[in-house]
Structure formats: C-alpha cells, structure tokens
Design a protein around this ligand. Sequence first.
Ligand code: GTP
Ligand code: MG
Length: 197
Amino acid sequence: MLIKSAKFVESNSDVLKCPKSSLPEYAFIGRSNVGKSSLINMLTNHKNLAKVSGKPGKTRLINHFLINDNWHLVDLPGYGYAKVSKKEKRTFQKYITAYFEKRPQLVNTFVLVDIRHEVQPIDLDFMIWLGESTIPFSIIFTKADKLKSTQIEKNVAAYSAKLLETWAEMPPYFITSSAHKIGRDDILDYINNINKS
Ligand code: GTP
Ligand code: MG
C-alpha cells in the first residue's frame, strides 16, 4: 500500500468521543517505550506524526490518524509504565478497555513487543484478554536492528513457544525496525489486504 496522506485527527481519553466514522480502524499498543510512535512514523513516512520520546509513557491518549482518507490508525497509550500512580493506572486501564469494548470500527490490533525480550506477563495477559474478547490481533516485534538475524530467529522461536504454552496458535507476526525501515511493506500490505476483503 502506498501512503498518499497521513493526518492527525484528534486525541481522546473517552472512547465515545473518538471520531464517529465507519472507516476501518487499526490500533497499535504495547508496553511503554516499545517503539509504537516510531513505528507509526515509519509506516506513514513521517518524521513526527506520532511523538517519539526518550521518556517512556509519552503517549497518554487515544490518538487517531487518518490514512489515505480511507482508514484510521490509532496510537494507544503504552501500558506497564512503572512511574505512574496506582490511581492513574486504573483510569488508564479503564479507558483502554473501554476503547476495545466500544469501538466496532476496530478491525485489527497490533501488539508491539521488543524483540530483545522474553514474553512479558503483562503482554501475555493482554493478548489472552484480546483473544478471549474475540478481538483479532497480530504481533509486531520491534527494534530488530538491535539483534543479529540468527538471534532474531531464536528469539521469535522462543517467543512463539512460550505463547503456545497458553495460547492455541501463534498469531500473524511481523519483524520490524523503525530505525532501519524493516517490516514496513509487510504491515501495510497486511492492512491493505484486510481493507480490500
Ligand atoms: P511511549 O509512547 O512513550 O510509551 O513510547 P513508544 O512506544 O511510542 O516508543 P517511541 O517510539 O517513543 O520510542 C521509544 C525509544 O525507543 C526511543 O528512544 C526510540 O528512538 C527508540 N526506538 C524506537 N524504535 C526503534 C527501533 O526500531 N530501533 C531502535 N534501535 N530504537 C528504536
Ligand atoms: Mg508513543
């Protein structure tokens, strides 16, 4: 898919205030600092569409972007950021859960995980929750430039073995690096194929 246009639409904390359109929507979520905003910038060919930060926990709202005037890309807040209060965490969790439960436009969720790390309980719990809620999802491994290709293969195999202990099948997955522009076409083609079907 060619990206002809990518525009920021709006940020919301309340799912019911999110854009009232019937366009198909693709959400990106993952632990804080996993590289969501960088990935979104890579996908859309923008340097600064989504704010990239050295400080984790930067993305705190549901951010809608309109792509090619025919689908929405959604940057969701990172979960598992330690430096927020318990109360903040609960509020956070509430509106994220509400987003998934009250957004029928949502077609697919991309769960981002850092390719260097083992399966994290918070990611696993989240994927199981998505599965049980029958919300289709795929995995995006980020920061692949940090590893050699043999190590990438090993980590992906270990990751899928761990997932398969609690989950029936490995969901579709993508290996990416925003720094080296890897994985861009695969993800865009995947979205394009769903949009066409
Ligand atoms: P929050 O919104 O703050 O939760 O973070 P995020 O998930 O949006 O991550 P962000 O894109 O802001 O990137 C976090 C850090 O990881 C930044 O320092 C990025 O430069 C770095 N980073 C992101 N993607 C890559 C990548 O593909 N390779 C490398 N080497 N670093 C990356
Ligand atoms: Mg971000």
